[in-house]
Design a protein around this ligand. Structure first.
Ligand SMILES: [Zn+2]
Length: 254
């Protein structure tokens, strides 16, 4: 069983302080690849440094919407440079976030557009964060005239028709440990994602699945997410893992 955790932040202190232990437990749980994503220039550099150091880690670089108001033109150029690094497999995480309402829309639009351009120039997939912003992203993508986009809607929490919008665009979709929580409302969305577009992720150290909720999340816990998704989709765990691993390999080239 070979699992790919497509979304982690392994450079954060919760995980970096015991990274060898984290990776050892991941391998024991069947996770043999982790993609780790920057949220600004500094963390994108850290993601790349980890990917240089560990065979099982790959990097994504980008500026997260929450960091967009602080981001300068030089930061955009720094991400453009990093995108050419051989261990960088995606531009992320990028997107929009209107949950916290602490960053106004304009800088989010500016940075998201710049990151989409870098991904297109570098021919890399994108990893999109869409917290309380799914409809805005749909509108924005249409405004930009984008009719095809390869990448991942990460930690997707939206209606089935929103999933269909992104599937038609060509995107893959993943749902994190929140799928194991009692209040999770998007079962029809999970059922609507075809097996050839589904990815597995933990978003470590965030969104720890049941029964580990309350601790820092780590890639080894991906098994709980996979089990829950398999049960919702009424398929075996093996089938779910076979497909999601194949999808991640093909999308990110890992
Ligand atoms: Zn993330």
């Amino acid at each position: 069983m070979e699992i790919i955790d497509t979304h982690t932040h392994l450079y954060l202190p919760e995980l970096a302080s015991d990274l060898d232990g984290v990776l050892h437990r991941a391998r024991k749980a069947g996770v043999h690849r982790c993609i780790t994503l920057g949220i600004d220039v500094a963390t994108s550099h850290r993601a790349v440094a980890l990917a240089e150091q560990y065979d099982m880690i790959y990097a994504a670089v980008g500026i997260h919407p929450s960091e967009s108001a602080r981001a300068t033109a030089a930061d955009i150029e720094a991400i453009r440079e990093l995108a050419n690094h051989p261990r960088v497999v995606a531009i992320g995480e990028i997107g929009m976030d209107f949950y916290w309402q602490d960053v106004p829309p304009e800088p989010q639009y500016r940075i998201f557009e710049a990151m989409l351009n870098i991904a297109r120039e570098a021919d890399l997939p994108v990893v999109i964060h869409s917290r309380s912003a799914v409809r805005e992203i749909e509108w924005f993508v249409q405004e930009l005239g984008i009719t095809h986009l390869k990448g991942q809607m990460h930690c997707f929490e939206a209606e089935e028709l929103d999933a269909r919008f992104f599937l038609e665009l060509g995107m893959h979709i993943s749902i994190a440990g929140n799928v194991t929580y009692k209040g999770f409302k998007y079962l029809p969305t999970v059922r609507a994602i075809p097996l050839d577009r589904l990815l597995l992720e933990t978003d470590s150290p965030y969104l720890t699945p049941l029964p580990k909720r309350g601790q820092h999340n780590e890639p080894a816990n991906i098994v709980y997410v996979a089990e829950k998704l398999a049960s919702i989709k009424n398929i075996s765990l093996d089938t779910l893992i076979t497909h999601t691993t194949k999808n991640a390999r093909e999308l990110f080239g890992v």
